[in-house]
Structures are given as C-alpha cells and as structure tokens.
Write a protein that binds this ligand. Structure first.
Ligand code: HEM
Length: 354
C-alpha cells in the first residue's frame, strides 16, 4: 500500500513538474519570438491579450491570412452604429422630406404651365443618342436606388410584409441587379457626360436665372437660358460628380480589399489641413467605402426625386424632351429662349440680326 502511494506521489510530482516546465517554456519561446500578444505579460494576462485583439491587427492568432487573422475589429462597431444610426435615419428623413416638399409645392404652385399655351409646332431638343444615354442612366439609377434602399431599409418594411423567405429571395435578386446594373449606370453616366458637358459650363446668364428663382415660383416669369438652365447645370454636375464617386466606391465594395482609395483620399484632404486617418486596415477601407457609398447615393436620390418631379408631373411639356425628343416651340421659348434663338439661327429659320 505504502509502495503504491509512493509511486502515485511520484507520478503526480513529475506530471506537475512536466506541466510547469512545458507551459513556462512555451511562454518563454512565444515571448522571445514576439508571438505573445502585446508582448507584455504574455499568456498570464487576459486583459492585455484582449486589448491586443481589439487593436484589429493580425497576430493574435497564427492564421496566415491577414484578414482572417483579425479576431475582433472594434471599428466595426463604429461603422455599424454610423450606418444603422445617422446615415439611415437622416437618409430616411431626407427622402421623406423631399417627397413632402414636392407635394406641398404641387398643391401651392400647381403644375407649371406653358403660359402662352401650346403652339402645336415642335423643335428637336434631344436626339435618339441623347435619349438613349438619359434612359440608360435613369433606368439603371432607379433600379440601383430601389435595390440599394432595400439593403438599408428592406428589413423594416418588406420583411414584416412578406416574411423572411420572400424577403431573402428579393434581396438576393436585388443584389445581382444592383451589382450588374451598376455597369449600365456607369456607361449611361459617361455617355451623358460626353454628350452634354459642353452645354453645362457656367455663364453670366445663369446668374440671372438664379436671381429669378428659375421662374418656377410664379407664372409669367421666364428667365433667360440656353440649352440647359442654371438649375439643370447644377443637377448635371452633381449627377456627374456624385455618380462618379458612387461608382468608384461601389467598385471598391464589389472587389473588396483591393483598393486604398479612402486612405489616398484622406491623405489628399490632409494636404489642406485636415487630420484624417491614413493608416487604414483593409477592413476599415471597406467600412469607409460603404458609409461614403450610402451617403452619396442617398443624397443623389433626394436630388433626383426633385428632378423626376419637375421633368414629369411638375412641368407641362417637359417629358416630351426625353420621350419623343421634340418639344413644343412655346415651351422651348419660355424655358430655353436663348437656345431656341440659336437653333433657329443655325437652321436659317430666322436671321442672326432678328
Ligand atoms: C425616371 C424618371 C426621370 C424622368 C421623367 C426624367 C426626365 C428628364 C427630362 C424631361 C429631361 C430633359 C429636361 C429638358 O428638356 O431640359 C431630363 C434631363 C436630365 N436627366 Fe432626367 N429624368 C428621370 C430620371 C433621371 C435620373 C435617374 C437621372 C440621373 C441619375 C437623370 C439625369 C438627368 C440629367 C443629368 C439631365 C440633364 C440635365 C437636366 O435636365 O437636369 N434623370 N430628365
């Protein structure tokens, strides 16, 4: 009995010794190799381990893949709070706000009529290529907007309405539409830019147009304008620059972890005195891209809703320009008087001196 007890004691002693030696040597080698997170108290300190893990750097696991090796990325909390907080809240307020404003405007001002009445004679405003470019850009934008809105708000509206299965199918389909139509939008945007940029540089006439509020608030007021008035020029440039920005951030989201566009942009801003972070991890790049993509798209949608209103129900005769391409001459004279004169001079309809 005494013998057995001695053997058991020895086994216990050696196993404790073995465990001790083992963990100590592991700890020592890990620390020497710089593998212990934070390299402070090593495996003895949970607080330091988790503090290191929360730096969002690879190294707290032994995975080779830089992204997979990041266990916790604290900036993800900030990104989520920003996306689900201010971005979606202010976006919804902006969208509801512009719709509300347009409804009020419609009831107060009514449809903007052609004051001199329709003449029955028309003038070519946009040819087939112009109209193709516009509808390619517009059609894809509308579908991108709807599928994008579903990603942000769908779970609040569509999921309770149709249930998770149908919502899931809609969202998966929407994702494909969003990803592929993005290229249609980019093509339409580029083509519209090439076709219309020459008409969109600011001139003195634009100032007069702006001073009279574009004549949209009062009947009988018709400020001068060439092919595009000042309001349209503003819409043109916001669409082009916003569209470019939303396309670039969209491409970065479509091909994740391949760009450093946000860090590069921040570095550029810092030249002008900002102090934005430029040492962004690949994950942070994606998060900033997503937030930017969301903000710019929502801002574009808010503006485009107003554009759609004025181009359709808000103004008599406007839609013809993008429908058949031919607009009524009286409409054209009231809204783009200088352009009608230029066109008539070109076609010999009237002499330059007139
Ligand atoms: C879906 C409904 C839309 C309608 C009914 C509509 C209607 C129109 C009309 C009638 C014009 C010509 C105005 C004129 O003769 O001077 C126009 C021009 C234009 N549209 Fe649209 N549009 C729509 C959507 C869009 C979208 C989604 C975009 C951009 C993403 C867009 C961008 C433009 C631009 C840049 C112009 C030239 C500048 C201007 O007239 O403001 N449109 N649109």
């Amino acid at each position: 009995m005494k013998k057995i007890f001695t053997i058991l004691t020895l086994i216990l002693f050696f196993s404790i010794g073995f465990l001790n030696v083992d963990s100590n040597s592991n700890y020592a080698t890990a620390q020497e190799k710089g593998m212990v997170p934070g390299n402070t108290l090593g495996l003895k300190s949970d607080a330091d381990l988790w503090r290191y893990v929360r730096t969002g750097k690879a190294g707290s696991t032994q995975m080779k893949d830089e992204l997979a090796a990041v266990m916790i990325q604290s900036e993800g909390d900030n990104w989520r709070a920003l996306r689900n907080g201010p971005v979606s809240t202010y976006g919804a307020i902006g969208l509801a706000g512009i719709i509300g404003l347009l409804v009020v405007f419609f009831f107060v001002r009514g449809r903007i009529k052609v004051d001199s009445g329709m003449s029955g004679k028309t003038i070519l405003r946009f040819n087939a290529i112009d109209r193709f470019a516009h509808w390619l850009m517009a059609g894809s934008f509308v579908l991108l907007a709807l599928t994008g809105l579903n990603l942000m708000y769908g779970k609040f509206f569509l999921m309770p309405l149709f249930g998770p299965e149908v919502f899931s199918a809609i969202t998966i389909g929407g994702k494909y539409i969003h990803n592929y139509l993005a290229f249609g939008f980019m093509a339409g945007l580029a083509l519209s830019f090439i076709l219309w940029v020459r008409h969109n540089f600011p001139t003195k006439v634009d100032w007069e147009w702006l001073k009279l509020g574009g004549g949209i608030f009062k009947a009988g007021v018709h400020p001068p304008a060439r092919k595009f008035n000042a309001g349209q020029k503003i819409i043109f440039w916001i669409t082009m620059l916003g569209g470019l920005s939303v396309s670039m951030s969209g491409i970065a989201l479509m091909f994740p972890f391949t760009t450093t566009m946000m860090a590069d942009t921040f570095a550029l801003f810092n030249v002008f005195g900002f102090s934005l972070p430029t040492d962004l991890s690949p994950m942070q790049e994606q998060q900033y891209n997503q937030i930017w993509h969301g903000i710019v798209s929502l801002a574009l949608m808010i503006m485009i809703i107003a554009h759609i209103y004025i181009g359709s129900v808000g103004m008599e005769g406007a839609i013809d320009a993008m429908n058949t391409g031919e607009v009524d001459r009286n409409w054209a004279k009231e809204h783009h008087g200088l352009w009608v004169k230029e066109e008539d001079e070109k076609s010999g309809n009237i002499k330059p001196a007139e």
